[in-house]
Design a protein around this ligand. Structure first.
Ligand SMILES: Cc1cc2nc3c(=O)[nH]c(=O)nc-3n(C[C@H](O)[C@H](O)[C@H](O)COP(=O)(O)OP(=O)(O)OC[C@H]3O[C@@H](n4cnc5c(N)ncnc54)[C@H](O)[C@@H]3O)c2cc1C
Length: 454
């Protein structure tokens, strides 16, 4: 049997600046790249035309092509990861397995089971930080506890970045191309020099989407490139859903088709507000890792006392974008059509569902999880708990978004609304399903009762 080191791709679908892959290649031993289409995830998806599966498949084909051009290949399996690993251990003399950290509770369980299997086989299992800048307990309060409020976390995050500055020769984002200082934590991993350590092997097959029971969704995917101009202007454009003022990189961050270090380098140079959004991403990953109960329950226990109304008819109207509140409806229709919703509108629609309709945030979270191209458990959960008021760093519950004033502020000329709700302003547009003033008072009373009890 041939001896190999396996690099296991998961949410890091790129060859460049990939922490675990770099470490594997650096050993100098032949590295065989692997990807597993995980049936424990795929079988649970409600739609066979899931755009995320199509995207992963497309990126796996790209990686396969890139690896074949380097004289290697990508081994692609479709199955339960633990079973696949048992097969691989029978087929190869696997010396070591390298991969990158995944912080979702189910992924941590999967990795623990694989680690155990590998250890029984005397195979090394090495894992690295790749999808965030700072993870786990790298940024903590002075007493070593994790932060639970974003602003002090973000300050400590930035201070840590500054802790280790290194000289860089050429930085295309620095003014006049001058040499500059860069944080050690944002340095790219220089794989290219090691690419000849890939395992040289014959071509391998990739199962087709149809083989796995899926079909294309027909939704276009956002570009992985973002202009310097957009990032430079981000703080001025990001709040207006009618303009393309945000990066649309969420999907690429989710599957690691771009490097977070590269984008954070750019953000640190070009726009502090954009960097802040990347810090939110680290923050929610860190929260989920340290407080995994958030996946099922409120971060603040008391909020599990809320008596949600959970009216199914109202939930269906919200999902379909037929609430009679134009900014809410525009957002939901944008989501249903494109798999994307602007952040401002995510906040408004989530607040409307939880506060105006008093529907459990987990219902909304699950609907977004099904539809968003950039769906990510940690950020989606963080966003929903923020809107419901049950999360870390939540706005006080008595601050309830008014959908009408949000519309006046962020889509004054109704450009966004008219794009997604063409019948707005005609007799075909439904009346509001709930009166704002009544809903606000009902929400305040319900929350107060729950918190008094809790
Ligand atoms: C209810 C709700 C649900 C959300 N669900 C998700 C989700 O499933 N996946 C997801 O990536 N983001 C989620 N967000 C955060 C945010 O809305 C999206 O990241 C953003 O809209 C994606 O668009 P963009 O790529 O153009 O972002 P940009 O505004 O260009 O921001 C750049 C990147 O920063 C990160 N980011 C920005 N804002 C946040 C934030 N508030 N929290 C965490 N990361 C952030 C994302 O990776 C994003 O791609 C949610 C927010 C809310 C209020």
């Amino acid at each position: 049997m041939e001896q190999v080191t396996i690099f296991w791709f998961r949410r890091d679908l790129r060859l460049e600046d990939n922490a675990g892959l770099y470490r594997a290649l650096k050993t100098g031993r032949p590295v065989l790249p692997l990807f597993i289409f995980d049936t424990t995830i795929l079988d649970k998806l409600p739609s066979r035309a899931d755009a995320r599966v199509e995207f992963i498949h497309q990126e796996i084909e790209r990686l396969h092509g890139e690896l074949e051009a380097l004289g290697s290949t990508l081994l692609v399996r479709h199955g339960n990861p633990l079973e696949v690993w048992k097969e691989l251990l029978r087929e190869w003399d696997v010396q070591a397995v390298y991969t990158n950290h995944d912080y979702e509770p189910s992924a941590k369980d999967r990795d623990a089971a694989v680690a155990e299997l590998l250890s029984e086989n005397d195979t090394e299992f090495r894992t690295y930080k790749d999808q965030v800048i700072f993870e786990k307990l790298e940024v903590t309060k002075a007493d070593g506890d994790p932060y639970v409020v974003f602003t002090p976390y973000s300050r400590a995050w930035k201070a840590k970045l500054e802790e280790k500055l290194v000289e860089v020769e050429e930085d295309p984002d620095a003014k006049n191309g001058q040499s500059d200082k860069l944080s050690f934590y944002l340095k790219p991993y220089p794989n290219e020099r090691y690419f000849d350590h890939f395992h040289q092997t014959g071509s391998t097959e990739i199962p087709s989407l149809a083989d796995m029971g899926f079909e294309p969704a027909g939704i276009p995917f956002p570009d992985r490139e973002v202009s310097r101009e957009l990032i430079r202007n981000y703080d001025r454009t990001r709040d207006y859903p009618a303009i393309e003022g945000t990066s649309r990189l969420g999907l690429h961050f989710r599957f690691g088709t771009i490097s977070i270090r590269e984008k954070a380098r750019r953000a640190a140079k070009l726009n502090g507000t954009f960097l802040n959004e990347l810090i939110w991403r680290d923050f929610y990953a860190m929260i989920m890792d340290n407080f995994p109960h958030v996946v099922e329950r409120s971060f603040r226990e008391k909020y599990d006392q809320i008596e949600w109304r959970n009216n199914e008819q109202e939930f269906r109207a919200w999902c379909a974008g037929e609430t009679g509140y134009p900014i809410v409806d525009a957002g939901m229709r944008e989501l249903n059509t494109t798999g994307y919703m602007h952040n401002r509108v995510r906040m408004v629609t989530a607040s409307f569902l939880t506060k105006h309709l008093l529907i459990d945030w987990r219902w909304g979270e699950a609907y977004f999880a099904e539809k968003l191209l950039d769906y990510e458990l940690a950020s989606n959960n963080g966003g929903w708990q923020w809107a419901a008021g049950s999360g870390t760093d939540a706005a006080p519950y008595f601050r309830i978004f008014n959908p009408e004033s949000q519309l006046k502020k962020f889509d004054k000329e109704l450009r966004y609304v008219k794009e997604w709700v063409p019948e707005y302003g005609t007799k075909d547009y439904p009346a509001p399903i709930v009166d704002h003033k009544m809903a606000r008072e009902r929400c305040l009373a319900t929350y107060k009762a729950a918190l008094d009890r809790g």
